[in-house]
Design a protein around this ligand. Structure first.
Ligand code: SIN
Length: 528
């Protein structure tokens, strides 16, 4: 079996993995592996942008307050503070390495608006192709500085004396004193998603099997506006479109969010539930973009998605439905990105740093990827390597025989129906029952001899299990976890505080103190 050594292994090529590689590359021998192409990741598809308190009417406290309110105060406040404080200077540093941010006529950064933000604070690049601009810039600056290995599927994290010492892949064994999981999310567990086909939850499964703690897996964010035509999802329609004035309407053209205090820019869980309910009543929902001047110029990527789906761009009435977008929970980490297993780090969507709470604020995910990649890089640069390779035992866990597993499609249908936008004890128990026969199999690592497709299905089944168990455990409705058998947290009270915080300069303290409510609940869903 082939074998490679590195100082640092990075699994995944989204913004977090690339940023960590960039910050480590001059001092460490870095190998970055990805199961498809280095250019393909959820980050590269990200449209909206990066939230940063850069406006003259803004400061980090307001960004902090908006983050807490969107995520219903289920956060690690200290980590949110690190995130929002670092954002403005990080944007300037990224501009220096070449990210082509969009500018206003006066030369200042153009700031967009998205749901649950009290200010315009979303910096973007090439209109609606911010993620691509970031990943392309980072890949460019990484040229000849790290080893990229594409089409390489991670199968099992390798451990020695309770420490992670590398990874077994379908191309052989990679060993390193430090391994960083940057594998992204799990949108493919659902029928409709904004995620790339590669987002099959691999990192959650790898970490779980290696004994790491995962938390908050029940908080799956559904993005309200996936372009949805003739039973197919055709791609994301960024929230930035509603930020520029688009309105959600029913088949009669009546605005459906008119009764919400924040209307179309309410937090995503609220908007998604509203649209979902219309579909449950057999109705359809459209995003009316007719008020937006120069739509194709401001949103070139979305215009291309519409054209591909044969949508008439002159009418600008886009059929939309919610789809799985982001896992707010994940592999539990501290502020240095360390997981609960030695030498294993997690960053980006696969990590649960506690900055998203129960529902991520728009455009905080690329930001989280950058900020915590930086934290991990610092930690690695300051720590001593501890592995004696000579002692490293390359024997890997017993490989199970091939078993009959369901197809991805079957799993997606079940998850959408039973652990979707609305769930309850009955649906969750039904899902658990359906998954039960597969669990003894999928808790073990797949064999390196099975196809990538089978590895993915095993990972997806395990992640579905973790999400279902976590959702059953949390007996309340909060953010991305809505249980029809439990009342939702008092939205009106929250929103009142939210609006107050946007208007009053010094209301930060009041909002901050609300973070303690029900905080003890966070650990209820920790799985290890
Ligand atoms: C969007 O553009 O609506 C998605 C951005 C995000 O998820 O933060």
């Amino acid at each position: 079996m082939a074998s490679w050594d590195a100082d640092v292994l990075i699994i995944g090529s989204g913004i977090a993995g690339l940023m960590a590689a960039h910050l480590l590359a001059d001092k460490k021998n870095v190998i970055l592996i990805t199961k498809s192409n280095v250019n393909r990741s959820n980050s590269s598809w990200a449209q909206g942008g990066i939230a940063a308190a850069l406006g003259t009417d803004d400061d980090w406290r307001k960004h902090f307050a908006d983050t807490l309110l969107a995520g219903l105060s289920h956060h690690v406040d200290e980590h949110v503070e690190i995130l929002v404080k670092r954002a403005p200077s990080l944007i300037r540093e990224m501009e220096k390495i070449g990210v082509p941010f969009d500018k206003s006529k006066d030369g200042t950064l153009s700031l967009g608006m998205e749901g649950a933000h009290s200010r315009r604070r979303i910096v973007h690049a090439n209109g609606d192709q911010t993620g691509k601009a970031f990943t392309e810039t980072l890949i460019h600056v990484l040229k000849d500085r790290v080893t990229f290995l594409e089409e390489t599927t991670a199968i099992q994290l390798l451990k020695q004396e309770d420490k992670v010492v590398g990874v077994l892949t379908d191309k052989g064994v990679f060993q390193a004193p430090k391994t960083i999981l940057a594998t992204g999310g799990a949108g493919q567990l659902y029928e409709r998603t904004s995620n790339v086909p590669e987002a099959t939850g691999d990192g959650f499964a790898l970490a779980y099997r290696a004994g790491a703690t995962l938390a908050d897996m029940e908080f799956v964010q559904f993005h309200p506006t996936i372009l949805y035509r003739e039973g197919y999802a055709h791609g994301l329609i960024s929230e930035a479109v509603r930020g520029e004035g688009a309105v959600l309407v029913d088949e009669e053209g009546t605005p459906i969010m008119a009764n919400q205090p924040l209307k179309d820019l309410a937090p995503r869980d609220i908007v998604s539930r509203e649209i979902h309910r219309k579909y449950c009543e057999g109705k359809r929902v459209f995003l009316d973009c007719r008020s937006i001047p120069n739509f194709s110029k401001r949103f070139p990527g979305i215009s291309r998605i519409c054209e591909k789906a044969s949508i008439d761009l002159k009418q600008l009435l886009l059929p939309v439905a919610p789809g799985a977008h982001f896992v707010s929970g994940g592999v539990w980490t501290n502020q240095r990105g360390q997981t609960t297993v030695d030498n294993l780090y997690a960053i980006g969507e696969v990590a649960c740093t506690g900055v998203h709470g129960a529902n991520r604020l728009a455009s905080n995910s690329l930001l989280e990827g950058l900020v915590f990649a930086e934290a991990v890089a610092k930690d690695i640069l300051h720590s001593k390597p501890t592995i004696d390779y000579m002692k490293f035992d390359k024997k890997v866990a017993n490989h199970i025989k091939e078993h009959m597993l369901p197809s991805k499609k079957e799993l997606q249908e079940k998850m959408t129906l039973l652990v979707g936008i609305e769930r309850n004890a009955q649906t969750l128990k039904e899902m658990k029952q359906w998954l039960l026969p597969y669990i003894p199999i999928v808790k073990l690592s797949p064999s390196e001899k099975v196809s990538k497709e089978k590895v993915e299905v095993q990972n997806m089944l395990l992640v579905a299990w973790l999400m279902t168990c976590a959702a059953l455990t949390r007996t309340e409705s909060r953010g991305g976890h809505f249980r029809s058998d439990y009342p939702v947290l008092d939205d009106k009270k929250w929103l009142k505080t939210y609006i107050k915080s946007s208007l009053e300069q010094d209301s930060f303290i009041e909002v901050h103190s609300r973070a303690d409510i029900k905080k003890e609940k966070r650990y209820e869903s920790v799985i290890n």
